[in-house]
Design a binder for this molecule. Sequence first.
Ligand code: ADP
Ligand code: MG
Length: 248
Amino acid sequence: TTSSPPVVELDNVEIVYDRHFLAVQGVSMEANEGDIVALLGPNGAGKSTILKMISGIGLTERGEVTRGTVRYEGNDVTNADTNRMVSEGVTHILEGRRSFEDLTVEENLRCGLYRGGRRLSYSEEDYELAFEYFPQLEDILDLKAGYTSGGEQQMLVIARALIHRPKLLLLDEPSLGLAPKLVQDIFETLVEINRKEDITMIVADQNAKRTLEIADYGYVLENGQVELQDPAETLMNREEIKEFYLGT
Ligand code: ADP
Ligand code: MG
């Protein structure tokens, strides 16, 4: 059997903002098809920066890959823009779970994703996926997104991404500010989505414990570099990580 290349692969990547601020250096990592990959580490470690350069959003913040290579399904996508990456099937859920606050939950789900002035299409069947995984949303379809709870907003943005059936879903701090029970529910749903819809995921989160529980593989970043990496189960039992848990 021939094995397919990783969905996404970073090879010795350096990322610089504003042409002088070195945010990430010498990072090599990969996400294989069907995996959930955890990207861990303290605030400022470079997690969001890596996700942003994969999705192309980093370019709009004057970020640039200045060394190394980013590959997507085996093709070089180093410094590719969001239009390209969205059309390749990459969806990035930014930190802060941004929805359109003045639009209702239904309008948020329906308005879909726009890139380069083009609205990405979806079928009614795909739209229904939202409620298959997040039935709670069906009860609040007419509520303005700005009035929903943090948990509902996180469900909304994941559901909105799901409707477009991405191949690779990048999630930035999905657990931030949510009660533990909600984090557990949402993370369990992510696992279900990962398995049933065959969506590869990279989850950047400061909640190392919860994230490793759902991940196949994990990377711990510090100061823009990979400090530790291992299958999630192994990583969970390493002493350095146990200390790290207590810190968060
Ligand atoms: P994390 O997501 O792990 O908290 P970030 O990727 O946000 O870390 O940040 C990594 C480093 O890059 C930090 O030093 C941060 O201050 C810097 N940084 C992040 N975004 C920008 C930006 N848009 N412009 C300049 N520097 C940035
Ligand atoms: Mg971040």
